[in-house]
Ligand binder design. Structure first.
Ligand code: RUQ
Ligand code: CUA
Length: 692
């Protein structure tokens, strides 16, 4: 065992040296330190007991500084919330910054017994059911990019959105109670990059389609129905990408397909989308790759997709005039496909709502500077970030300066006409985030670093615009990075979190799959410094949004009888079957051909009333469970043995539990949250009498 440990340490060190060397090679030496000429003040001496702890634990001055900058004592709260995707766990993770304490997992696309999500609670079962694809009940998802609702493009802390890359779904989560309020299946697309971007006032949440889907001309894509043999020729003719602008209603927490629209796109892989503000208000930007339109076929004499989709030196940044698209829809120039208004590719070209600009080599990421002027793309296979200027884009479009058009006739702008700069940063640049001083930060996956560079005016007003300013090595293989309120007009700077895919030797090993590593980095000074490594034990988090804690204003207790899943005028609807103590009852009656046993039940420390429920085999049992507590945290949970039922109800909440009593017997049910000294007594029985 100890030998193995040593080996892995050695490997870790070797790898780190290699990674540092690779970073240096890729981008030249790091910027030198500035040596202060002023006389240093005398070093204050730490009390001996503190110095002893430092000595005993073998901590360096950097460690102690990092600890002091990140430690948040119990009772004190963090400065920021980080809303992170939970990757293929299908969930969302809430983390405090700078402490990096995990505060909550939010069940979204995957049933989660602890939250009573998808295990008998009818509202959550319905959410998952409604968002399934019509072929099967989907209970998993792959979340990538969270988004926060905006007012005038600034994060307002009311709603959070997250997509499912695997099944083209989008979810809305209220930041008042951190619960999902709606999940919608996006029509005509098969995947989407798990993401979402909000328009400046959250009228729409937009995203691109990622892998194109087969489309029947004029009819779009229907899961389990649309079919063409997969050939290169068919791919060009029948496969399509799309971007959807899905309308969202804050007052109900629901997406509204009837007010949404889609734009048909060529079958490139549409990757990440962002909607602009300020000078780019009304425009959306979407990077893409595989403009080669390769389909793979390794056992059919073709190159693997990774080769055939990386032939061209340029792919296309999609530039979308969404305000004009909205107008086009109003004028009726759309085709209705699978319940959504679709602007066809031909109409999009004709009405001049879609333009392309070349972007270097299989790019990734699409981010906007605080001013709304610069759109920044990572090169992925090109060691640069490319910075587009919306003013130049608008001018080139007005002047009709195009270098040509793509295979489908979409006009392509000239690279030189629309870019402000191309900065060489490091190997494998992916995503960009921004601070409050006009600097950008790019994640470099291959060279394992975060590279800081300056933008141009009006974001950056110093005398060395578009220049690398600093770099820091991360551990290891960074994908996204996140800074507070980046990609908005008011980034806050201060911290950066590197979302690293691999942790290798950074934590105690827990088997062959290590946790991923979130590294907190201090970006408040000229030089970045590493503060904290945080293991992430759930899924592969892709992206996170960070928001000032004072913008999040959750409720503390639900109003009595509230149904958390029905929002009316921004507040909670009262559950129609909510009751108070004294109103409990059981009724059995026939609904059509089915016998239904309905139970109006209350939960309060430390009993359920009724605590004996009798029904007959085959009955549909509906329990309306009201938690009539009014004290914060006085949550009860209700589980029935052998029935796969687990429901969690917070104080004030009423919920419906529905199941078929399909097997005779007597089954215990009990409260699963340790709620009082007599919590173990908070129990009862379900009697299912055999059918005569
Ligand atoms: S991805 S590591 Cu955002 Cu899904 Cu780039
Ligand atoms: Cu209620 Cu334990």
């Amino acid at each position: 065992m100890s030998k193995k440990r040593n080996n892995s340490r050695k490997n870790g060190v070797r790898r780190r040296d290699f990674l540092v060397a690779a970073g240096g090679l890729a981008a030249g030496a790091a910027a030198g330190y500035i040596i202060s000429k002023s006389v240093a003040p005398p070093t204050p001496v730490l009390p001996t007991d503190i110095q002893n702890i430092i000595n005993q634990r073998g901590l360096s001055p950097e460690h102690v500084t990092a600890a002091l900058k990140t430690y948040v004592p119990g009772g004190m709260q963090d400065e920021f919330y980080m809303i992170s995707s939970g990757g293929h766990s299908g969930q969302v993770i809430i983390i405090g910054i700078p402490s990096m304490r995990i505060l909550k997992y939010i069940a979204v696309f995957t049933p989660e017994p602890w939250q009573g999500y998808g295990y008998g609670n009818k509202a959550t079962m319905n959410l998952l059911e409604k968002a399934s694809n019509g072929i099967r009940y989907l209970t998993l998802g792959d979340t990538h990019h969270p988004e926060i609702s905006r007012t005038n493009a600034v994060y307002d802390g009311e709603w959070c959105f997250i997509g499912d890359k695997l099944n083209a779904r989008k979810a809305a989560i209220s930041l008042k109670d951190f619960r999902v309020k709606d999940i919608v299946r996006l029509p005509n697309i098969q995947n989407q990059h798990g993401g979402a971007c909000a328009s400046p006032n959250t009228e729409y949440i937009a995203c691109g389609s990622q892998f194109p889907a087969p489309w029947e001309p004029g009819k779009g894509y229907k899961p389990g129905v649309t079919y063409y043999p997969l050939t290169e020729a068919n791919y060009k003719d029948y496969w399509r990408g799309a971007t959807i602008f899905i309308a969202f209603d804050r007052n109900t927490g629901k997406f509204d397909l009837s007010r949404s629209f889609e734009i048909e796109l060529p079958p490139y892989v549409q990757d990440l989308e962002i909607i602009g503000w300020g000078p780019s208000d009304g425009w959306a930007f979407l990077n893409s790759f595989n403009t080669e339109m390769a389909i793979g076929g390794t056992l059919e004499g073709k190159d693997p997709l990774e080769i055939s989709a990386s032939q061209r030196d340029f792919d296309y940044l999609h530039i979308i005039n969404w305000k004009k698209a909205e107008q086009i829809v109003r004028e009726g120039k759309y085709v209705e496909m699978n319940g959504v208004k679709v602007i066809t590719l031909d109409t999009a070209i004709e009405e001049e709502i879609l333009f392309f600009a070349p972007e270097p080599k299989s790019p990734h990421g699409c981010d906007i500077s605080a001013s709304g002027r610069y759109i920044v793309i990572g090169g992925k296979l090109d060691p640069t970030v490319t910075i587009y200027d919306i003013e130049k884009i608008k001018q080139a479009i007005a002047d009709r300066r195009f270098e040509g058009e793509d295979y489908y006739g979409v006009p392509v702008l000239r690279f030189e006409d629309v870019t402000a700069a191309k900065i060489e940063v490091g190997l494998g640049p992916l995503h960009n985030e921004f601070d409050d001083k006009g600097n950008g930060y790019v994640s470099c996956f291959i060279s394992n670093e975060v590279v800081k560079y300056s933008l141009g005016p009006p974001d950056y007003t110093g005398d060395d615009p578009f220049t690398v300013q600093d770099r820091i090595t991360i551990h290891y293989n960074i994908g996204h990075l996140a800074t507070p309120e980046s990609d908005s007009p008011e980034p806050k700077g201060k911290y950066l979190v590197a979302l690293n895919k691999w942790s290798i030797d950074r934590f105690e090993p827990v088997g062959t799959l290590h946790p991923q590593n979130f590294q907190l980095i201090d970006i408040s000074g000229d030089k970045m410094s590493l503060l904290y490594d945080m293991p992430i034990p759930l899924g592969e988090p892709h992206y996170a949004k960070i928001i000032s804690a004072d913008k999040i204003r959750p409720i503390t207790v639900y109003p009595l009888g509230a149904d958390p899943y029905v929002i009316v005028n921004g507040g909670y609807a009262t559950h129609p079957q909510a009751i108070n103590v004294g109103e409990e009852r059981i009724e059995r009656r026939k609904e059509g051909d089915t016998w239904v046993t309905e139970v109006w039940m209350t939960a309060i420390r430390s009993h359920f009333t009724p605590d004996i429920v009798r029904c007959v085999e085959g009955d549909l049992v509906r329990i309306y469970l009201s938690n009539v507590e009014t004290t914060r945290d006085a949550t009860h949970a209700f589980a029935i043995s052998e029935f796969n039922i687990m429901v969690s109800i917070d104080p004030g909440e009423t919920t419906t539990i529905e199941f078929v009593a399909d097997k005779p017997g007597v089954y215990s049910f009990y409260c699963v949250e340790f709620c009082s000294p007599l919590h173990l007594e908070m129990a009862g029985y379900l009697e299912v009498r055999p059918k005569e």
